[in-house]
Design a protein around this ligand. Structure first.
Ligand SMILES: [Zn+2]
Length: 86
């Protein structure tokens, strides 16, 4: 099993425990938000992905089912500008 697979399972286990308490850890920014402020993706009763409204608001989250599971890609809507004047 790959490290990525182990990480995913560890995250999913923790996220499901959190979800029972009404919060969930965003897979992208790792911050906990209320379930009502989080977009969650479940597959066969197992949580596979969660992204808070903040991250979902600035990213296009694309889901595509594959043989191995659901592939999730998040792409920033706008480029990040570095070094610009404030
Ligand atoms: Zn987030």
């Amino acid at each position: 099993m790959t490290d990525a697979g182990a990480l995913q399972r560890a995250w999913a286990r923790q996220a499901q425990l959190d979800a029972e308490r009404g919060v969930i850890e965003c897979r992208m920014c790792r911050r906990r938000s209320g379930l009502d402020k989080t977009l969650t993706i479940w597959r066969d009763g197992v949580l596979v992905f969660a992204v808070c409204d903040r991250c979902a608001g600035s990213h296009d989250v694309l889901r595509s089912p594959t043989d191995a599971g659901i592939e999730v890609r998040a792409r920033r809507r706008r480029p990040v500008v570095l070094g610009g004047s404030p």
